[in-house]
Design a protein around this ligand. Structure first.
Ligand SMILES: Nc1ncnc2c1ncn2[C@@H]1O[C@H](COP(=O)(O)OP(=O)(O)OP(=O)(O)O)[C@@H](O)[C@H]1O
Length: 354
């Protein structure tokens, strides 16, 4: 059946990854292509992220192309995923570091970071979450681990905690609860360095970092400490928030950190009793930040999202079918797609299967 295999590969080389605009064969995404005695073509596609937003489209494109090969009766498509590391990995074992920032406080940056992390992990990625919001660490509480304490590994590294499929580390798990954290510049820089480099993160596809709001020392420290794949900006749609978001975007531009996209949080509100939609802050305002940044999603105000966070559950897991959770899952997948596009932007023409 070797000639059949060749014919199937030829058919697959006409199928483009819709985001990467290259064919699946030259992208090294075909792990298996065989035709059995009954004429069933078995194709295994290795996606560039388990959180691939276009999996459904790739599946139907593959099916359509392979179905046309003479002698093929049926097509069975299976998927795997290998997240490609950038030319220079962020940290040993960590492929991508993604910063989640905001221009001003209270726009839901931590909520978005926690839910992106939980959503990517649910899709099958290996995900870490670092709470670098050292002035108001809320990630531990949102992960349901506010009272847990970080321990040391045998080789004296910090052992991150785990919850909801995500490996995470927060200052809140190092200091006594309720104690105000006062930081001076150099101390802050070394704390951030330790969080990133002296923690046993293990093997991760994505390390999501929840930054403090604004444009300050932590942001700078991080971009100097580690090779960052890019940043996500969380904003609400009203003018004041957008002005601050533009400032945050400018800071990342100056630090040569690509902005992977913008999340518009608290975009609108659907009254649960009447179903009427209210654009409280002017939905869609973040489009004015410019066309060059993909809008990763519009997340509505959602009472469950807030109460889930309060009881330590990521909304995407606790209420997966709510409009807010669906929007957040979309944000996570679109972000993963953007990261794949960036990692594969400067590829050689032909790749080997990994
Ligand atoms: N879409 C939403 N719907 C309802 N409540 C939300 C939404 N997004 C965030 N919240 C709630 O708003 C509050 C602030 O959110 P969060 O802590 O994520 O913001 P932040 O920008 O990280 O704040 P900080 O500036 O303190 O770091 C939390 O109580 C959170 O549960």
């Amino acid at each position: 059946m070797a000639h059949m295999r060749e014919a199937v590969m030829a058919a697959l080389s006409t199928v483009n990854d819709p985001e990467l605009h290259r064919d699946l064969v030259s992208l090294g995404m075909i792990e298996r292509a065989e035709v059995d005695a009954a004429g069933v073509a078995h194709v295994k596609v290795n996606l560039t992220t388990p959180a691939c937003p276009l999996k459904g489209q790739i599946e139907s494109d593959v099916r359509e192309a392979v179905q046309r090969v003479p002698g093929v009766q049926d097509v069975a498509v299976t998927f795997g995923a290998v997240v490609r590391a950038p030319a220079q990995s962020a940290l040993p074992g960590v492929k991508h570091v993604v910063l989640v920032g905001s221009g001003k406080g209270g726009v839901g940056k931590s909520s978005v970071a926690v839910n992106i992390a939980a959503s990517l992990a649910r899709d099958g990625a290996r995900v870490g979450l670092l709470d670098a919001d050292v002035y108001g660490p809320s990630v531990a509480h949102m992960m349901g681990q506010g009272a847990a304490k970080v321990t040391a590994t045998a080789d004296r590294k910090m052992q991150p905690l785990g919850a909801h499929g995500v490996t995470f580390l927060s200052m809140a798990n190092l200091s006594p609860a309720g104690q105000a954290l006062v930081w001076r510049g150099p101390m802050l820089h070394s704390a951030i360095q330790q969080f990133v480099k002296d923690a046993a993160w293990g093997e991760l596809d994505y390390l999501i970092v929840d930054l403090p709001p604004g444009t300050g020392d932590v942001q700078l420290s991080l971009t100097q400490t580690v090779q960052v794949t890019g940043a996500v900006i969380v904003t609400t749609p009203q003018d004041v928030a957008l002005i601050d978001a533009a400032r945050a975007i400018d800071m990342f531009r100056k630090a040569s950190v690509p902005v992977l996209g913008v999340v518009e949080n608290m975009s609108y509100f659907v009254a649960p009793d009447t179903g009427v939609t209210y654009d409280l802050f002017g939905r869609g305002g973040s489009r004015r930040l410019g066309e060059q940044f993909p809008l990763l999603g519009e997340v509505p105000i959602d009472i469950d999202l807030r109460s889930d966070a309060d009881r330590g559950l990521p909304g995407v897991l606790a209420h997966p079918d709510s409009a807010a959770s669906l929007a957040l899952a979309h944000v996570a997948r679109t972000l993963a797609g953007q990261i794949s596009v960036r990692s594969l932007a400067s590829l050689p023409d032909q790749l080997t299967v990994v």
